[in-house]
Design a protein. Sequence first.
Length: 242
Amino acid sequence: FFVSQEDINDSIVTIKGDDIKHIKNVLRLKENDKISVCDNQDNEYIVKLDNILNEEVTGTIIEEVDIRRESNINITLYQGFAKGSKMDMIIQKATELGVKRIVPIITDRAIVKINDKKKEDKKIDRFNKIAMEASKQSKRGTVPEVSNILSLDKAIKEIQENGSFTIVPYEDENQVGVKDFIKDVKNRDINIIIGPEGGFEETEISQLKSINSKIVSLGPRILRTETAGFTAIAIVMYELGD
Ligand code: SAM
């Protein structure tokens, strides 16, 4: 279970919200049963349950787990908004692989058009719940944030401001790979930008080159948009040893 640091006082942990139902009705836990709790800062504890009430569950920390599961590479995945349930899968798997942030982006060839703020907010809420569930199942020490949807222009502006190393996998690039650039990474903050089903326009690639992004190949075969992100994340993690 994830709690915030404010929910841990001395060695007493308070769990609120939907997790109460999960503890009571799904897992059917009882007082004195043990659970694993994470403070979203990569600290994990074994907690013995003391009181299981309708409004809150409290327990006592009996052990601090001595494992750090978070990667020390901070990957932000800018993902071209994919259709149907693909985004759900992309968020779930990118979370398992250890990314720190996911930003859905709308590019020129996006099939999905988002023009209703309420619908967008609902989608982002759902994506954040998927990231939370995936973090729990992979026993991550933090939950990645799924940010609001950005246009490619706004994403580029954000990247220029944060100045992080940026990789753009592009199927028409067939010379250079991630490996050729990875030695240039100064700190461990890396952006990966993936196009949607229709890929990037050439003008978008020129725009991305102009902010000094590294345009890379992920191999000779064309990968689905949902496969490309996972592949790039895995290569970066492998190359940087995490
Ligand atoms: N039509 C397929 C689909 O429906 O998913 C393929 C989409 S591919 C054009 C989507 C994105 O994946 C591209 O914009 C690019 O970022 C990345 N990509 C796919 N294959 C790649 C490759 N071999 N090298 C580099 N990037 C690739």
